[in-house]
Write a protein that binds this ligand. Sequence first.
Ligand code: EPZ
Length: 422
Amino acid sequence: MDSIVVTGNGPLKGQIPIAGAKNACLTLMPATLLSEEPLTLTNAPRLSDIKTMSTLLQSLGAEVTQMQGGKVLALSSHNLNNHVADYDIVRKMRASILVLGPMLARDGHAVVSLPGGCAIGARPVDLHLKALEAMGADLDLREGYVHAKAPGGLRGGTFEFPIVSVGATENALMAATLAKGTTVLKNAAREPEIVDLAQCLRRMGAQIEGEGTSTITIQGVERLGGATHPVVPDRIELGTYMLAPAICGGEVECLGGRIELVEAFCERLDAAGVTVEETENGLKVSRRNARVRAVDVITEPFPGFPTDLQAQMMALMCTAEGTSVLEERIFENRFMHAPELMRMGARIDVQGGTATVTGVEHLKGAPVMATDLRASVSLILAGLAAGGETVVNRVYHLDRGYESVEEKLGNVGAKIERISDQ
Ligand code: EPZ
């Protein structure tokens, strides 16, 4: 297993290109199952999760061709010859559940393994299933698989999500495009990745209104066509790299970053003393003083502060002046980065879903363990600011969601290298 070695090296300077959004691409790719025509995705990120989704789609009979080094994905599911999404693939990546809605909508049957939990929580899929049942799906859970049927096709229905769920909204939205009649999704997720999916589906011929608001209305159509669609920039990668100059000084321009993707996050950065300037190429970030100020954070569904930036923000707060309270309201176990940050001298008290961080002037490099995707990058951010060497182990977590992190940070002056075990 690879490790990444980071040595605190002072202020950063330069530009970091922001890739297409992992969490948009992982829902755009299964959309190919809704149509027999080709779907081309441009600005796709080059990540192991994308490869996993490609493998899953290919196991169903879809064709996925990577072009331009993976930046362009050509997908086609002209003939699906398998309707079973196997546990072996699904257990590696929870987003695999997103093939359920499209496959069911297109062919009236699908068998998809339940994804199981992951490090940050149980992460059930009950809302995905309830939303599809509201469209007439007949679901039977047997031996860890969802056996879904809709022999006469799905029909439009109304479903109100009891809690906001990104994935369940995506599954329901995709399924509704081919359902007979009108579907209304209430308390729907409003994330930019949902808006991106709706825009792609509309390019394919879907009739959708209200994406980005809490109520999405879909008028089912007979069939969908092909499309070419650019993946929206990754707001979580963007926020992550915006924190690099915040935590160790200097000035970094994140190319392709758009302020409307990270407004709640930028509000917290501003309160902490970090300046974000919109340029014609993206967002330029620098901190106003030698140390940032401690601020409180509550994670919420979009447009609130994103849970996927909580770990990275905690790394910044570990070096802030004062005490910060971070409340994680989306997942039940998303503070696993805290004990690792404490190995670097951070002062963090975790009580249930709340972490209280008392900032210290200097963190100290140490060997640390990545536990999940966003926790791993928070340790790298801490390592950028720490004195001495930080070795982050198990970086396969990192490669799921960040393209060549050592290259992007190295190009702006960070002392960072990947050590391969083999
Ligand atoms: C998506 O996961 C993202 N993943 C996550 O990013 C992100 O943290 C999350 O949305 C919240 O923004 C992808 O898009 C591939 P949810 P998802 O359904 O859809 C509960 C990353 O680091 N829930 O919005 O699985 C669930 O347990 C990943 O890139 C149910 O109870 O998240 C959680 O507490 C991590 N029943 C809350 O809702 C359900 O059926 C929000 O989950 C579904 C979810």
